[in-house]
Design a protein around this ligand. Structure first.
Ligand code: MN
Length: 330
């Protein structure tokens, strides 16, 4: 099967065409792909004369607030009880927990559709375009906008470039397809300033994030002769650094930046007392199975879960599960 054949946008496209009022939803703890794709779709749908609102349970992280339209995000509680949407569209939402409180919007929507690229997605909407061969939802959003005849303005191009870049680490992950490079080329042509996007997303950081990174690296532990690495942060670390949960997102990848590492876990306490786990692996090792065991999900080499365990116990259990995965592969 070619990539294009596995991506059927017809149902979603018809649903968009038939709708006047559309609600777009980003996932909880939003990343660049879910935010950039939603904001690009919003601007494109507005060109078509649609009335569009964008939702996320959580706040847009600071590093994404420069994107056009980011200030329009609402929380689901801000919707009036009598407000109706012709179409509710989930974007980059792997399962029925990832929209969080936005799920409440379903009862005010006539139709529900989704664009997603997680291979754990079971197609829980009426119209599903789920393409696990796409390294980012941005490619589906770009495809959809093109087919709807929308103009890719420089503002839309930046949103999509950010979305594509964040899920591929600026086109370097193993998941990066030739299509991703082609689309990025077209986005650059449409006005996306790619060097600026790179510096903004990956190089410049507020001092509080550097302080968190320093603390996390202090906890770096090697298991199984360094094939598994772990790092952790307590909620007190966040408080001491004046940081928020979202400030730690970038740290997960450091666990894989060590020679010989096959899998890594980065665990941090959240303000509710739970522990958020970010799991990473290098191909061919997979962490999505481990994430599923802890009630989470995601991509084969980048997954996550949230557990109600003490921090150190959470790490111990995940490392034990990773050991089992390693043994399976050997
Ligand atoms: Mn994504």
């Amino acid at each position: 099967m070619t990539m294009k054949e596995s991506r059927n946008l017809d149902g979603v496209m018809a649903a968009v065409n038939a709708a006047h009022s559309i609600a777009l939803v980003s996932h909880v703890s939003p990343d660049g792909d879910t935010i950039g794709s939603v904001l690009a779709l919003q601007q494109g749908f507005v060109q078509l004369g649609k009335h569009v609102r964008v939702f996320c349970q959580d706040r847009v992280p600071e590093y994404l607030r420069f994107l056009t339209g980011a200030e329009h995000y609402c929380q689901p509680q801000e919707v009036g009880a009598d407000e109706r949407f012709d179409l509710l569209m989930y974007v980059d939402i792997s399962d029925e927990t990832r929209m969080g409180d936005c799920r409440a919007l379903e009862k005010q929507a006539a139709r529900i559709a989704q664009l997603d690229h997680h291979d754990t997605n079971e197609g829980f909407c009426q119209e599903n375009c789920v393409d696990p061969t796409a390294p980012a939802c941005a490619l589906l959003a770009y495809d959809l906008l093109g087919r709807l005849g929308c103009d890719i303005t420089p503002e839309i191009a930046i949103c999509l470039a950010v979305a594509l870049s964040t899920d591929t680490a600026h086109l370097v992950y193993n998941s990066t397809t030739p299509e991703a490079f082609r689309v990025m080329g077209e986005l650059v042509e449409a006005g996306a300033p790619i060097a600026k996007v790179y510096r903004r997303l990956y190089r410049e950081r507020p001092p509080r994030q550097m302080a968190l990174l320093t603390r996390a690296l202090h906890t770096l532990t090697y298991h199984q002769e360094g094939q598994i690495t772990s790092m952790m942060l307590t909620w007190q670390d966040f408080a001491d650094c004046g940081a928020l949960t979202e400030d730690a997102e970038f740290i997960a990848n450091y666990g894989m930046d060590i020679q010989g590492a096959c899998m890594s876990v980065f665990a941090r306490e959240n303000e509710h007392g739970g522990v958020k786990l970010s799991l990473r692996s290098v191909h061919p090792w997979q962490v999505s199975g481990v994430a599923t065991r802890f009630g989470g999900g995601g991509h084969p080499t980048a997954s996550g879960a949230t557990v109600a365990l003490p921090l150190e116990e959470a790490v111990r259990q995940v490392v034990a599960a990773m050991k089992e995965e390693l043994e399976k592969c050997e």
